[in-house]
Design a protein around this ligand. Sequence first.
Ligand code: F6P
Length: 327
Amino acid sequence: MAKKVTKIGVLTSGGDSPGMNAAIRAVVRTGIYHGLEVYGIMRGYQGLIEDDIFKMESRSVANIIQRGGTILKTARCQDFFDYKGRKRSFENLKRREIDGLIIIGGDGSFRGAKDFSSEFDIPCIGIAGTIDKDIHGTDFTIGFDTAVNTAVEAIDKIRDTMDSHDRIFIIEVMGRDAGYIALHSGIATGAENILIPERRSNIEDIIISLQEKERRKKLVNLIVVAEGDEFGGAVEVQRRLCEKLPKAEIRVCILGHIQRGGSPSCIDRLIASRMGYHAIECLIEGRYNVFVGILNNKMHYIPLENAVKNKGKISEEWMKIVKILAS
Ligand code: F6P
């Protein structure tokens, strides 16, 4: 039988994402509801190594559900990839008698949690929080919906100027090596082309289609590029297009970190609240070393090691929709 957890730590790790605060709130309040002591760990694994840990109460998470970023701050902590860093973290937790850990982050953060939980006797539960939505086993990750809506809002604005000037615009969105933000925001804004790392793109085909559109006086063209696409982003795509289309007015806009900020959408608040609640239920029930995901609107508990290995796939149907609707 799994040993009973009584004191838990919660941290946010990797890139911040809108909705992380809502998840922290759910973890703290559900934990307290079950009689657990809950400790906040600052700056992700960095704070774990440096013992930057404080006790949280129900009021510590008041008025944060609507706030972007993370009140616990975050970091991409290289030291935790090292055994020495993880050992120090364990010693800090042991001294404080913290016997369970909740990690809100992406696949890199889960990789750290997987190593930590297999080396030391501390159960870890992950909550999928990243704007990239690149974790296999969940339809949602906290922050993705807000990021996509931010991108859509920005692209809609760019379309106004693009349309007024009859220009081609190449807009680069985030996503690291995943194309979900590009795909969703591109379809939602009526992009003519969407370039994502999961699919090979043919620049020649894009040029031919732009020339064909020019012939029928369709001069406004929106190309959404994922930052991790095979060409290395929007600037390189622009260079290649300009080579073959010297007369075209082609502009680039890189949306950047604006996609990570802002107040979380309703969907992100909801999934963060559900995932936070269920992460605590996992600890209470002794379902350890999993991350909490949502598939077909049902909670799923996926072993941390599977989140590390798998990457999501883009459905063929989506690509067909892009092609047909872009004519
Ligand atoms: O993982 C989230 C993300 O925003 C990616 O989309 C992007 O590639 C990366 O983080 C940027 O990281 P940083 O803020 O450390 O530059």
